[in-house]
Design a protein around this ligand. Structure first.
Ligand code: GNR
Ligand code: NI
Length: 175
């Protein structure tokens, strides 16, 4: 397993539409293992493969708090359906837009159908933070970030903030 760098805005790869997976095999499981390790290293609750530069339709999520047992879920070729009419606001963040947080409204319930780590088909209803997270990750598979729902002013500010942050990090790394 390996910890991989998480891409940040304005990296154009984050705008790519990810490709469906053919087969859940050991090579794909190795990618899912790297995704989980990279997500934990970055203190995230979810990660889409494109965030580590792999444009395939794979997501990992672990919503457990630090004082809880890990609760890892892997999603291959996930599809959302039956979104609730009821929307709920939630303060979102993204490892690809570090230090930026803003409130986004999304359906508060949605069905998610996917293949799991072993390639078995699963279908379940997601609610609450699980619903928020799976919709946020599904957006990554379509090249969409949560800041794309904000005003152009807020989005541009967010990108500038991350660019500055990354530049400072580069400078610190060089020193
Ligand atoms: O770690 C993450 N936290 C988070 C908080 C609120 C809404 C969505 C998220 S997902 C994010 C990790 C990430 O960027 N996944 O793509
Ligand atoms: Ni994200």
């Amino acid at each position: 397993m390996a910890i991989r760098d998480v891409l940040t805005v304005p990296d154009p790869r984050l705008k790519q539409v990810s490709k469906p997976v053919d087969k859940v095999d050991d090579a794909l499981r190795a990618l899912m293992d790297d995704m989980l390790e990279s997500m934990y290293a970055a203190d995230g609750i979810g990660l889409a493969a494109i965030q580590i530069g792999e444009p395939v339709r794979v997501i990992v999520i672990d919503l457990a708090r630090e004082d809880e047992e890990p609760n890892v879920k892997y999603f291959v070729n996930p599809v959302l359906s039956e979104p609730s009419e009821q929307l709920e606001p939630y303060e979102e963040g993204c490892l690809s837009v570090p230090t930026v947080y803003d409130e986004i409204e999304r359906p508060d319930r949605v069905r998610v159908t996917y293949l799991d780590y072993n390639g078995k088909e699963v279908s379940e209803i997601a609610e609450g933070m699980y619903a928020v997270c799976i919709q946020h990750e599904m957006d990554h598979l379509e090249g969409v970030l949560f800041i794309d729902y904000l005003s152009r002013l807020k989005r541009n500010r967010a990108v500038q903030k991350v660019k500055k942050l990354e530049k400072e990090k580069e400078r610190d790394d060089a020193a």
